[in-house]
Design a protein around this ligand. Structure first.
Ligand code: NAP
Length: 484
């Protein structure tokens, strides 16, 4: 398979927080990979901006190290790295101060697309937006990219939207949810709307239920204090799982165009029913023989924040009335896996009799690891002995089906940054979408506070609290096993 790489127009990309963790691990190595792929025109310019007193050369050393550490096999090509670094510069700027802005202004070329990536703490978004405006850098050709978290509740998200809207139109604001940049997530739309096979069955009449799982094996790591103030609901469900839910549940948009897609996603969020308290399971990983528990990890012995969350949701519209969506996410579970599982209903009548057992088609869409899809199809077990039925997966692991290029598939951040340069907002969250997601989330969190809800402890390396299994078992269903 030969993939087609279409170079983007020349651009200036300024990365505020260019010396931070996200820039080092994702943004800079990603840009280098796009450069190697031939997508970056010779005139492209990347400018790191942060308070550290570095000059261009000092920053290039930082970028070189980041590439060596995080850009995979391409990082062995020193000639390509040198060529890439010719496009890289640095301006020392304090988002809250006045120094450096005029220099930045002198480096950004008026006649090209310029994007400003806010890879800094959200508390600085307003300061940067304000100063970009004051220094004449917020014109119509400017785009801003903002990282998550986008607010911590509806009020703060509204305030942040209002702050950005003072100086930028909605069409200039790119709110990143890197899940939307994943190959498989986009494939979800291709599978649903590019094939005639699935869409007629994609509704409550044929779908028994849908599961969305994002499981991690790691704990809170070095993000203890941030995580403890957020929990799985704010950190994962309100954004990543909600976006996956929207793509799986939305109506077909009239065209693959940013607002057409985002209008449909918004309708899904607005159609979500409030969640019953007994349809929510919160958990906290316990300490194990050789590993600290959640409370020790976040250094808060009285923390009631959830590191695991499972929910049963309903979408009140014609397509989905009666079909539950089960969402779960958690840390320190037995496998690192993200997948969406569409479980279809049984055939209305089995001509093979009760002995043939119960069989159903299951479409599993894996985001990680090994991006791909499987569709369980019921067939006759080969051999003599009558009509015994078994379910076998039709496996479409992208790396197997599409060859080695798929294994090096574009990472989410690379794709999203190139979309910013192209001016394509389809894979970015619109302001009203984020607010609608918070409007659904806030009452759930408020309910926990009002009830003084205490998360259930769960064993590390397992599948989460027992109650999460019960959430399914009560309905005669079960979670798909977590497999890495
Ligand atoms: P980080 O490692 O703490 O880096 C913060 C960056 O901001 C540094 O470059 C820092 O450089 C710069 N900075 C701090 N104060 C500044 C100021 N007053 N003026 C200008 N620059 C300033 O944070 P991060 O992990 O990269 O995260 C950045 C953003 O991405 C955050 O919003 C975070 O929530 C989001 N995010 C990160 C990840 C991730 O994997 N890291 C994932 C998802 C979202 P100086 O100290 O030199 O100024």
């Amino acid at each position: 398979m030969v993939s087609r790489v279409i170079p983007v127009d020349p651009f200036d990309l300024v990365i505020f927080g260019g010396t931070g963790d996200l820039a080092r691990r994702k943004i800079l190595p990603g840009l280098f990979r796009r450069f190697c792929a031939g997508q970056m025109p010779p005139e492209a310019q990347i400018i790191g901006a942060a308070r550290s007193e570095l000059d261009d050369e000092g920053y290039r050393d930082f970028v070189r190290d980041a590439i060596h550490e995080f850009a995979g096999p391409l990082s062995e090509d020193d000639a390509q790295i040198d060529e890439f670094l010719e496009r890289v510069g640095y301006v020392a700027i304090d988002a809250k101060g006045e120094g450096g802005w005029e220099e930045l202004k002198s480096r950004v070329r008026d006649d090209l697309v310029h994007a400003f990536y806010f890879s800094v703490a959200p508390a600085l978004f307003g300061d940067i937006a304000e100063r970009l405006h004051l220094h004449g850098l917020a014109g119509d050709e400017s785009r801003i990219v903002v990282e998550k978290p986008f607010g911590k509740d509806l009020d703060s998200a509204k305030a942040l939207n209002a702050t950005l809207a003072k100086h930028f139109h909605e069409q200039q604001i790119y709110r990143i949810d890197h899940y939307l940049g994943k190959e498989t997530v986009q494939n979800l739309m291709a599978v649903r709307f590019g094939n005639v096979l699935f869409e007629p069955l994609w509704n409550a009449q044929y779908v028994d239920h849908i599961q969305i799982t994002v499981a991690e094996t790691v704990g809170v790591g070095g993000r203890g204090s941030y995580y403890d103030a957020s929990g799985a609901m704010r950190d994962m469900v309100q954004n990543h799982l909600m976006q996956l839910l929207c793509l799986i549940a939305m109506e077909p948009p009239a065209k693959f165009d940013p607002d057409a897609v985002r209008d449909e996603k918004l309708k899904v969020i607005r159609a979500l029913e409030p969640v019953e308290p007994h349809h929510i399971v919160r958990g906290q990983y316990d300490k194990s023989a050789n590993s600290q528990g959640y409370r020790q990890d976040v250094e808060n012995p009285r923390s009631f924040t959830e590191s695991f969350l499972a929910l049963k949701l309903h979408i009140s519209n014609w397509r989905w009335a009666g079909t539950p969506f089960y969402l779960r996410t958690g840390k320190k579970l037995k496998a690192r896996t993200s997948e969406i599982v569409v479980v279809f209903k049984d055939a209305p009548h089995s001509i093979f009799g009760a002995d043939a057992g119960r069989h159903r088609n299951v479409l599993a869409i894996r985001l990680q690891p090994n991006e791909g899809m499987t569709l369980d199809v019921t067939i006759k077990e080969p051999g003599p002995g009558g009509m015994r039925l078994i379910d076998v997966p039709l496996d479409m692991t992208f790396a197997d089906a599409l060859g080695p290029e798929a294994e090096q598939a574009t990472e989410a951040y690379e794709r999203l940054i190139m979309d910013v340069i192209r001016g394509n907002q389809t894979l970015f969250m619109r302001g009203d979408e984020v607010e609608a997601a918070w409007a659904w989330t806030d009452p759930i969190i408020a309910g926990w506070t009002a009830r003084s809800d205490v998360p259930k402890p769960y064993d590390q390396g397992g599948s989460g609290p027992e109650d999460s299994m019960m959430l399914m078992h009560r309905d005669g269903r079960r979670w798909r096993e977590l497999k890495g």
